[in-house]
Design a protein around this ligand. Sequence first.
Ligand SMILES: Nc1ncnc2c1ncn2[C@@H]1O[C@H](COP(=O)(O)OP(=O)(O)OP(=O)(O)O)[C@@H](O)[C@H]1O
Length: 261
Amino acid sequence: MLDVRGLRKIYGGHGREVEALRDLTFTLDPGELVCLVGPSGCGKTTLLKCVAGLLAPTSGEVLLDGSPVTGPRPGMAVVFQEYSRSLFPWMRVRDNVELPLRQKKSLGRQRRHALVEDALEAVGLTASAGAYPWQLSGGMQQRVAIARALAYEPEVLLMDEPFAAVDAQTRAGLEDLVRKLWQERGMTILFVTHDIDEAVYLGQRVLTLSASPTVVQDELKITLPHERDQLESRADARFAELRTHVYAQIRAAGTRPAPTA
Ligand SMILES: Nc1ncnc2c1ncn2[C@@H]1O[C@H](COP(=O)(O)OP(=O)(O)OP(=O)(O)O)[C@@H](O)[C@H]1O
C-alpha cells in the first residue's frame, strides 16, 4: 500500500545544511496500523510531510499503491499535532470538516453532508457540529481534526503526534478512538509519536527511528492481543517487554557515531 524507499532529506539554505533523514526504507501493507517512534528532532515530521507529498525528498521515493507520490493525493489524509492551527477559527465545526471535501468535485452537496455527519458521529461530536473550534476543549478540537480526515475517506491516514498536546486521560480516549475507527474502517494508518508506550499500545508494528540523521533502527511486531484495553494491555507482562525493547533501541540509536556527511 505504502512503500518508502531510500528516503533522504537534506534541508539547505542560509549557509546551513541539515540532513534530517539519511536513508529510510519501510512498507505498510493495506489495513495495517504502524507506529513510528523516535527521539525529538529525528525527522518524524519531515518524514510524514514527504510521505504526504507536502515536501519533496532530496532522494528516494514514496509509492502509494505502486505510483510515486509527488504531491498531495486524494487517497491520503493527515492529522497534525497542532489542532489549534489546523482548524479555521471562523468556521463552525461542520464547515471545518466539510472544507476538504469541496476539493472532491465529484461529490454532490448531499453526499458531502452525509460524510460530515457520519464522521462527526464516529468521533462523538454530533452535538458540537454548530460550535466554533475555540468553544471546544483541546481533545474535542483534535477529534474535529480526526473527523475531517475521516470524512475525506482516505485509504491511508497519516498522524503526526496528534495527541501530544492533550492531557493523559483525553489521550487514552483518543488512542482508543483511533483503534476503533481503524478496525471499523479498515484504513492503513501510519502513526508518528515520540511516546514509546503509545506506540506499543496502538500499533501492530513499531518502527523505531534513530537520532538524526535518521535511519530505521528497528522493527518490532507487537504481539499483544488484538483487542486492547488501556488497563489490561498496559499491565500485560508482554507490554513491559515490548516497551523495554523499543526503549533500548532508542537508547542504542542515540549513541551512534556522528555522521560525516
Ligand atoms: N524547514 C526546515 N529548514 C531547515 N531545517 C529543518 C526544517 N524543518 C526541520 N528541520 C530540521 O530537521 C530536523 C528534523 O526535524 P523534524 O521537525 O522533522 O523532527 P521531529 O522528529 O518531528 O521533531 P519533534 O519530535 O521535536 O517534533 C531537525 O534538525 C530540524 O531542525
